[in-house]
Design a protein. Structure first.
Length: 192
């Protein structure tokens, strides 16, 4: 069966993007990564994508007068690549509502917390401060309201005595790299 065509949006390091690209290189994986777009010209993830022969594009939000105009440019580029699904992977811009509505059910995100706990930024620091003993990550559909769409997969990790932000973040990130490709597989196979 033909692989489903996936675009990834990044802003930085791109380790989740790399996990998706590597997963998609396996013959029986149901999706292929056809395009990586970064809004940040210097995003490190762009080099990794190029090294794996995945086409990349930079669409810098600073070049657009409005959130809508930026989203329209993303949309045009994604459609040009015949993208069927979008994965947000550390993409740090809020997307215009019409764009989110257009891609509803076809756009997913990874968030470093057990949603609905700790929406937004600095999730690991906030989890430590709250004194929770379990933390983790979530892959969810993207809805106009931030970090709020239906959940596809979650992975839980313990918060251990002596944890600080880097140790906890590393434990969670390992799980992110495991569940994001799994969630995209489910989406591409029509199982969610
Ligand atoms: C990850 O922790 C992801 O959950 C969050 O932003 C971070 C991006 O890291 N949305 P990377 O760019 O995928 O390495």
């Amino acid at each position: 069966m033909a692989k489903r065509r996936v675009g990834i949006l990044i802003s930085g390091r791109g380790s989740n993007m790399a996990a998706l690209i590597e997963a998609a290189r396996v013959t029986d994986y149901p999706a292929e990564i056809v395009l990586v777009i970064s809004n940040e010209p210097d995003a490190a993830g762009l080099n990794f994508a190029s090294s794996r022969d995945v086409p990349t594009a930079i669409i810098n939000h600073c070049d657009f007068a409005s959130r809508d105009a930026f989203a329209d440019a993303l949309d045009a580029k994604l459609r040009e690549a015949k993208t069927e699904f979008i994965c947000l992977a550390g993409f740090m811009r809020l997307l215009a509502t019409p764009f989110v509505e257009r891609w509803r059910g076809k756009m997913i995100n990874i968030h470093p917390s057990l949603l609905p706990a700790f929406k937004g930024l600095d999730t690991h620091a906030r989890a430590l401060e709250a004194g929770v003993n379990k933390h983790g990550c979530t892959v969810h559909f993207v809805e106009p309201e931030l970090d709020s769409g239906p959940i596809i997969l979650q992975a839980e990790v313990p918060v251990l005595p002596g944890d600080d932000e880097p140790t906890l973040a590393a434990r969670v990130l390992k799980e992110e790299h495991r569940i994001y490709p799994e969630a995209l597989r489910m989406l591409a196979e029509g199982k969610v």
